[in-house]
Design a protein around this ligand. Structure first.
Ligand SMILES: [Zn+2]
Length: 68
């Protein structure tokens, strides 16, 4: 096996390990904060100061994602 091919194998192994680590971490941490309301559960009005409504795309700012 040439040196360049060995480097490619090592790179592929690192990528595979990183993907496994990401999947494992996502499985361990299924809850995520909502991106629309930044985890607050409240969508503020951009027009009227002090006016807001509940975020419709999450429950109280928390989204349960599985597996990723
Ligand atoms: Zn939300």
């Amino acid at each position: 096996m040439s040196e360049a091919a060995q480097g490619g194998v090592i790179f592929a192994a690192i990528v595979i390990i990183a993907i496994i680590a990401l999947a494992w971490s996502a499985g361990r941490h299924p809850m995520s904060s909502c991106r629309s309301c930044k985890g607050t559960g409240i969508r503020r009005s951009w027009l009227l100061p002090g006016r807001w409504r509940n975020c419709t795309s999450c429950s109280a700012g928390v989204i349960n994602r599985r597996p990723l």
